[in-house]
Design a protein around this ligand. Structure first.
Ligand SMILES: Nc1ncnc2c1ncn2[C@@H]1O[C@H](COP(=O)(O)OP(=O)(O)OP(=O)(O)O)[C@@H](O)[C@H]1O
Length: 323
């Protein structure tokens, strides 16, 4: 049956600077391989600048790769771009692809006509999409009066207007409050239940963990891990995560490593330092740690033990703090 999205060795570089002696290139994608099964939800998880948007743009035929190839809905994104376009929906983050002075209904109608959908079918489709994204009652209100969440839901409806096999969503919940983000996630779930493939980018762990069948962690233009969220978590498997919040933690890092812990991140919070440490025997580790911290007179502000989350995997592999 083939994959909904397939890519191999994709490379994309951006050239910066007009003057030749000042020019430099940024390798946004550095050999990306990808396979997304039909009817599944796949998340690309990565920090800012990892290359997520570049990848989505290539898959949606908006950008050409320098090398490598990709197929979406069975067609090559370079040689068969028209076939790809008619089978995908794209919702890019932060875009203003709606007409704010038109109503939700008029926006969807307009886009349905751009796709050449016959009027009868278009009417039915617009009505159905407004219902899917929960905007029936707002159908005839101008978009400028919509909340951020409602605008994003309408964006998603617009992405579905051509009844696509594959929906590409770039950061679908960015900038939304938690309630609006939850609503968008539940719409995304429904879209997948209906049999479509969704590929989304996010830098929110919870989103990737909660929604996805599979997740790829992307960092500096490379996929550093890929699999179902549970399998990825087992990359730090058998281990527990300890979060230690301590004042003036200069010596603490060394101490944690000496006791057999693996420090995966250190961040400043409220004037204290928060260490996130992977350990295999949490009970004996904490016992030894508390004894040592008391000995060096460290002031502990918090200590927490939990099982690893996707965020821990992400920090370990991508080497950055997640959102
Ligand atoms: N048009 C462009 N010109 C030059 N450099 C670019 C351009 N677009 C992206 N880049 C660079 O390419 C790299 C990857 O960017 P990209 O937007 O694909 O990452 P991202 O993972 O989507 O990040 P974000 O979440 O911040 O959008 C970054 O270093 C970025 O600065």
């Amino acid at each position: 049956m083939g994959y909904a999205v397939e890519a191999e060795a994709l490379v994309k570089e951006y050239r910066m600077g007009l003057l030749p002696w000042r020019a430099r290139t940024i390798r946004a994608l550095d050999g990306v391989d990808l396979k997304v099964g039909r009817g599944t939800l796949f998340s690309l998880l990565g920090p800012n600048g990892a290359g997520k948007t570049t990848l989505v743009k290539i898959l949606s035929t908006l950008l050409l790769p320098d090398s490598g190839w990709a197929r979406v809905a069975g067609f090559d994104v370079v040689r068969e771009a028209n076939n790809v376009r008619s089978r995908i929906g794209v919702v890019l983050g932060g875009e203003r692809a709606l007409y704010w002075r038109l109503s939700g209904w008029d926006n969807l109608w307009f886009f349905s006509q751009l796709y050449g959908i016959p009027p009868r079918e278009a009417k039915r489709r617009v009505k159905e999409l407004l219902e899917i994204v929960g905007l029936e009652e707002w159908a005839h209100v101008r978009v400028e009066n919509y909340s951020k969440g409602m605008k994003q839901r309408l964006h998603i409806a617009r992405g579905l207007i051509n009844d696509p096999e594959v929906l590409l969503l770039d950061e679908p919940t960015i900038g939304l409050d938690p309630k609006a983000a939850r609503e968008v996630r539940s719409i995304i779930r429904r879209i997948v239940r209906e049999g479509r493939t969704v590929l989304l980018t996010t830098h929110y762990m919870v989103e990737a963990e909660e929604l996805s069948d599979r997740v790829a962690i992307i960092s500096k233009g490379r996929i550093v891990a890929e699999g179902p969220p549970e399998d990825l978590k087992s990359l730090v498997g058998g281990e527990s995560v300890i979060e230690l919040k301590v004042m003036g933690g200069d010596r603490v890092s060394m101490l944690l490593e000496r006791l057999g812990g693996r420090v995966i991140s250190v961040v400043e919070r409220d004037g204290a330092r928060v260490f996130r440490v992977l350990v295999s025997e949490p009970d004996s580790f904490i016992e030894a740690l508390l004894a040592e911290l008391t000995r060096i007179n460290a002031s502990i502000r918090g200590l927490d033990v939990r099982s690893p989350s996707l965020e821990d995997v992400f920090i370990k592999l991508a080497g950055g703090e997640g959102g």
